[in-house]
Design a protein around this ligand. Structure first.
Ligand code: HH2
Length: 259
């Protein structure tokens, strides 16, 4: 899953693809590099990011989704939003997946997804992007995240989203400290045992900076290393900025594992 942020303020690529033409070109480039899914987002979720009104978010993402759907009909397009109105418009424009970092926090989201016969990514976050790093203590982070994800998957099933269209994501960096992020990465097989496909987003995140001192633009090696736990899991979608490098990493790592 290639990340396409049509925002002025995303932590790593903010401002680069705010122009629709540049965003569509980057989406097509990621597909050519081997992405299967392009995740189009119009609101940053970095800690402390300012909320964006639904109309503005839709105006950022919907034209990009529509253009990609027209130019790359084979691609799976995802919309990174927690607002049902934005999701509905993006689904009508050709998206097939909603990436909701609030895991259906707005109850209408699950209805919108079920109605459109789309898929949904349900991610764990504590609080909101404004508050999530204020308290990152857990008694048992893996058990708490797994319990939350299982409950949200049940809610999606109850709303009529079929199991094969539900993806669970531990939300690396969303209300977790370094220790919590590492524990969740190590526990990926445990989360896979919930029986749903997973999404994992580690690309360029700050825990890599905390471990290594590397700045956002220099975190590719750490981003690849953080994908190691995903190699042992059957159904993991990796959400990345650097599609070509990640593709090569996964191809070689999987060949070695299979040898
Ligand atoms: N991480 C980010 C945004 N959306 N969605 C899922 N499912 N999992 C993630 O780990 C995840 C996500 C943050 O990364 P990015 O999109 O690069 O930055 P920003 O939120 O600042 O736009």
């Amino acid at each position: 899953m290639g990340i396409l942020n049509v925002t002025p303020d995303s932590f790593s690529d903010g401002g680069l693809f705010l122009e629709h033409q540049a965003a569509v070109a980057r989406g097509l480039e990621m597909l050519a590099e081997g992405a299967v899914i392009v995740d189009v987002g119009g609101e940053s979720t970095r800690p402390g990011a300012a909320p964006v009104p639904a109309e503005e978010e839709a105006a950022r993402v919907v034209p990009v989704v529509a253009a990609l759907a027209q130019k790359a009909p084979q691609a799976v397009l995802s919309v990174d939003t927690s607002k049902p109105d934005v999701a509905e418009k993006a689904l009508a424009a050709g998206a097939q997946l909603v990436n909701d970092v609030t895991a259906g926090g707005d109850p209408r989201m699950l209805e919108v997804v079920a109605q459109a016969e789309a898929g949904i990514v349900l991610m764990h976050m504590r609080g909101t992007p404004q508050t999530m790093q204020q308290d990152t203590r857990y008694t048992h982070v893996v058990a708490e995240v797994a319990e939350f994800l299982a409950a949200r998957a049940d809610a999606a099933l109850a709303a009529g989203v079929p199991k094969e269209r539900i993806f669970l994501d531990p939300g690396i960096g969303f209300g977790k400290d370094l220790e919590g992020n590492l524990a969740l990465l190590r526990a990926l097989p445990h989360l896979a045992a919930l029986g749903f496909a997973l999404v994992l987003g580690v690309s360029r995140k700050s825990f890599i900076g905390h471990l290594t001192g590397a700045g956002v633009g220099d975190r590719l090696p750490g981003s690849l290393a953080a994908l190691l736990p995903a190699l042992g899991c059957p159904q993991v979608v990796v959400r990345v900025h650097d599609v070509a490098a990640t593709k090569q990493f996964l191809q070689v790592a999987q060949a070695v594992r299979a040898a």
